[in-house]
Design a protein around this ligand. Structure first.
Ligand code: ZN
Length: 274
């Protein structure tokens, strides 16, 4: 697998959590990174319009707005609230100038996974007309099964493909995140299937550390763990995908560092390991 250049590097703002939003934009651009995925919490003080302006002025591409979803809830009022929140996020994504939002679909330990999946389908159905109107795509991100109880009832690429294919819409697809999917024996086949249906919208990278110290906030920098990143990128690119490889690392260890040092590590490992 060939190496990759920073022209295809995008970073999620959560990756450098301690930086303010303007700081992240400035530093990414200065480091030669080409794209940015914006986490909602990062722009709470600034607002989506101004955030979009800042990003465009710095010459970065806006890759995605993170994150919507969390549709399942045991009560109908809880589900309605989630749908309203997702509509608000879609409006913000449009104001920002982001072409897609990432959906962490949700789950509730108070009901079956099958019920949660049904509610995810209904939630996407409810927001799809607005997504189409605003020209913002919905990227279903399957999450590792360790999050099945309360974060997502969509846990494999196969389940994400099943869900996306229900809609037959240019506005519903899948975000492939290696952290959640690297272990799946069907991954190559399901990535190919995703591409064959034109549903592969995004590709997220980091690494799986051995041992993982925290289920949420101990993701590895690319090269720090056991994921065969080049092999998976090869499968993704075999579908025709030539978009950004989005660096998305939640890590108490890396957040504790000087973020400038960390950014330098990210760009170095991106060109060598992704
Ligand atoms: Zn992701």
């Amino acid at each position: 697998m060939n190496n990759i250049s920073l022209d295809r590097c995008c970073i999620h703002t959560i990756t450098t959590k301690s930086w303010s939003f303007p700081q992240a934009v400035e530093q990414y651009a200065a480091a030669g990174v080409a794209g940015i995925s914006v986490w909602q919490n990062a722009i709470e003080g600034i607002g989506p319009h101004q955030a979009g302006e800042l990003i465009r002025k710095a010459g970065l591409d806006i890759v995605s707005y993170v994150r919507g979803g969390f549709f399942p809830h045991p009560t109908s009022s809880g589900r309605a609230k989630a749908i309203d929140h997702n509509k608000k996020l879609l409006e913000e994504a449009a104001a920002l100038g982001a072409p897609m939002i990432v959906l962490v679909c949700g789950a509730s330990p108070d009901q079956s996974l099958a019920t949660s999946r049904q509610q995810i389908k209904e939630g996407i159905e409810a927001i799809l007309p607005l997504a189409e109107k605003l020209n913002v795509k919905l990227a279903i991100e399957p999450l590792h099964p360790m999050y099945a109880a309360d974060r997502s009832a969509i846990n494999t690429m196969g389940q994400a493909n099943d869900m996306a294919e229900i809609f037959q819409s240019d506005y519903v697809g899948v975000a492939v995140d290696v952290y959640h999917l690297w272990w799946d024996p069907d991954l190559e086949k399901e990535i190919a299937r995703c591409g064959a249906h034109n549903n592969l919208l995004a590709y997220h990278v980091c690494d799986w550390k051995v041992n993982t110290l925290d289920l949420l906030n101990d993701r590895g920098l690319m090269g720090e763990g056991c994921i065969d990143l080049k092999k998976i990128r090869g499968w993704v690119e075999a579908t025709g995908f030539d978009g950004y490889c989005e660096v998305e690392i939640f890590s108490d260890i890396h957040w504790a560092k000087d973020q400038k040092v960390f950014l330098n590590e990210i760009t170095n490992s991106f060109v060598l390991k992704v």
